[in-house]
Design a protein around this ligand. Sequence first.
Ligand code: NAP
Length: 439
Amino acid sequence: MRENYRKLRVAVLGGGTVGAQVARRLLDNADELGSRSGAGLELIGVAVRDVSARRSVSLPKKLLTDDPHSLIVGADIVVELMGGLEPARTLILEALSSGADVITANKALLAEHGPELFDAAAKVGAQLYYEAAVAAAIPIIRPLRDSLAGDHVTKIMGIVNGTTNYILDEMDTLGLGFEEALAAATELGYAEADPTADIEGYDAAQKASILSSLAFHTAVPLSDVHREGITGVSAAQIEAAKRSGHVIKLLAICERRIDASTGTEGVSTRVHPTLIPRSHPFAAARGANNAVYVEAEAAGPLMFYGAGAGGPETASAVLGDIVSAARRHVVGGPGVGESTHADLPVVDPGLVPTRYQISLTVTDQPGVLATIASIFSEAGVSVETLSQSTPHDEAGAAQTATLVIQTHQASEADLSQTVEKLASSPVVHQVAGVVRVEG
Ligand code: NAP
């Protein structure tokens, strides 16, 4: 490293799973990172809650502090890896107002307070980097922000939550029920003690909000993301998906859509369990891995795949941001603000046409298929495929059969009307599941 390199002071807020890995690598690889940055990187401290706690990654005691505010003073680059909304939000605002560049992996904070933080950065010409906030190690923010800045992104689909992907994968490969698969994920550390944020789709919705805002140059708050989790996905639905050559994944889908009610272009951002063909590249995303598919007008389809969590994996993305921030400091000039120039309206999720797969248990007698078909056609929902499994006896009841029906594209309103009519039909014993279909 050149002797006359400027030294940049780096403060890391949070010394947990990710923060400790970032700090360790900053210490171990200081020279190499400095050479890549064009500036020396000096780790000035790591803020934690409890400085005396035992840590799996050892850090010099003198670097640990429980006073993040004083660490920020005089830092050129502040790396927020504490998580949660507060005090992370206040600390980031403090850092930006002092002119420091900020790096965060905090998707919850960005989805909730992104515009406020980006405005604060723009006001002082600082830069807010967040590569690790979506899909951890997978480079997806920089490709969307920089590499595809000259293109027109039309759609992003992602498996962006490793916990739910692990649970659905276990249900698919081992035939486990949801509760059993969740218990396995918890035991292996893939699910938190309180798994709500993952299994109810909140975590995926936060990432979808970030991706949609960035790709479509439009502020897409969390409240504009349609969200369904995986708690309602049953072993029977997974089995029905298998029989029809599909697999169920929790997908975050961000796309430009024409709003049927206004005829104008808008943004649709949604998270829900989705049936995809087993031949789809996403079907190969196994265990806790993440995958993101991007479609852009000129570039065509692009796939990104890799680790969506983990200390070293997430640290990789954070360190990339630190090097970018350092290079910016060396060159000088204001940071590049977040662009919301397109300001597209939100498309009502009920108006987004989607294909559906519906599983039914019906009485096995002549005329049933005609009854079912007429319910679909009366609601204006067109059937693409229908398969019937071998009839079986329910204990003491009439013989029944299982029907799996896939529709052409239909609106949610028409589909809901169909499902209501099916549920009240005397030939239908049970509507066992309704899942959207992609691909
Ligand atoms: P973590 O293991 O819980 O670590 C949090 C760290 O912040 C701990 O060191 C904690 O101190 C410190 N901290 C929390 N509140 C504090 C406060 N008020 N004052 C001072 N220190 C405080 O979290 P993590 O898994 O590293 O995640 C960090 C961020 O990265 C989160 O935003 C998360 O969403 C994001 N992220 C994580 C992953 C992953 O795989 N873990 C992947 C992608 C993104 P103590 O150590 O003393 O408790």
